[in-house]
Design a protein around this ligand. Structure first.
Ligand code: ADP
Ligand code: CDP
Length: 206
C-alpha cells in the first residue's frame, strides 16, 4: 500500500513520514529532496532557474538518484552525496521557482512512480497528482509561527525571518499544494511529533 503525507513547508512531513514508515516497516520517500537537488545543481552551474530547457539538459547530463532509506532519504549525483547541502537557506529561496516548471515536475514524478511500493510518500502533491490511488492520504498543517519556531532549530536565521520566508514559499507553492479531496487534514500545532504519528497510524486501513 502507498500512504501519502502532504502539507505546507515545515509542517512535519518528513519527520512524521519517517515515524509512520518505521512503524509500518516500509521506506519513505521525500519528494521535496529531488526539487531541492535540482535547485542545488542549477545554482552551482549558475543556470537560470526559470529556464526548464537549461535545467532539464543539466539534469540529463548530471543524473540524480533518490535513495529512500527507512532512516532518512539520501540524494546522490553519481558518486557525490548531496543530502547535507539540500536544506540551506539558498536552496530554500530558489526551490519554488524550479518546482513550478511543468517539465521539472514531470521529471520528478517519473522518478517517484518508478519506485517499488509499499512506501510512505511525502511532499505537496503526492495524494493529488503523483499517487492519486494511494490507500491512505493525510495533509499536515500548522500556523506559520509554529512552523517557523520549529524550523529555527535547523536554520541560522531568527524566527521572524524564517516565518516570512515560509509564508512566501507557501504562496509560491500554492498551486501544487492543495490537499486531496480524500485526505485527512491534521493540524499538527497542538500535537507532539509522536502524537501526529499515532494519529495517522490509528487511521490507516487494516
Ligand atoms: P517538513 O518535512 O514538513 O518540512 P520536518 O519534518 O522537517 O517538516 O519538521 C520540521 C521540524 O519540526 C523538525 O525539527 C521536526 O522535528 C519538528 N516537528 C515536526 N512536527 C512536530 C510536532 N508535531 N511537534 C513538534 N515539533 C515538530
Ligand atoms: O521541508 P519543506 O516543506 O520545507 O520542503 P520540501 O518538502 O523539501 O520541499 C521543498 C520545495 O519543493 C517546496 O517548497 C516546493 O516548492 C517543492 N515541492 C513540490 O513542489 N512538490 C512536492 N511534492 C515536494 C516539494
Amino acid at each position: 500500500m502507498i500512504v501519502t503525507i502532504d502539507g505546507v513547508a515545515a509542517s512535519g512531513k518528513s519527520s512524521v513520514s519517517g515515524g509512520v514508515a518505521r512503524a509500518l516497516g516500509v521506506p519513505f520517500i521525500s519528494s521535496g529532496l529531488l526539487y531541492r537537488a535540482a535547485t542545488l545543481l542549477g545554482l552551482e552551474a549558475r543556470l537560470d532557474l526559470h529556464s526548464a530547457p537549461a535545467l532539464l539538459a543539466h539534469l540529463h547530463t548530471h543524473p540524480l538518484r533518490l535513495e529512500p532509506l527507512a532512516q532518512g532519504n539520501r540524494v546522490w549525483q553519481e558518486g557525490r552525496e548531496l543530502t547535507d547541502e539540500l536544506h540551506s537557506s539558498r536552496v530554500d529561496r530558489g526551490v519554488s521557482v524550479v518546482a513550478v516548471l511543468p517539465e521539472v515536475r514531470a521529471w520528478v514524478d517519473a522518478q517517484l512512480r518508478a519506485l517499488p511500493s509499499p512506501f510512505v510518500a511525502e511532499g505537496r502533491d503526492m495524494g493529488t497528482n503523483v499517487f492519486p490511488h494511494a490507500g491512505a492520504k493525510f495533509y499536515l498543517t500548522a500556523s506559520p509561527h509554529i512552523r517557523a519556531q520549529r524550523r529555527a532549530h535547523e536554520r541560522p536565521e531568527d524566527v521572524p525571518a524564517i516565518e516570512a520566508a515560509l509564508i512566501h514559499r507557501d504562496e509560491l507553492d500554492r498551486v501544487q499544494s492543495a490537499p486531496a479531496a480524500d485526505a485527512v487534514v491534521i493540524d499538527t500545532g497542538p500535537l507532539t511529533l509522536n502524537g501526529v504519528i499515532q494519529t495517522i497510524l490509528a487511521q490507516l486501513p487494516e
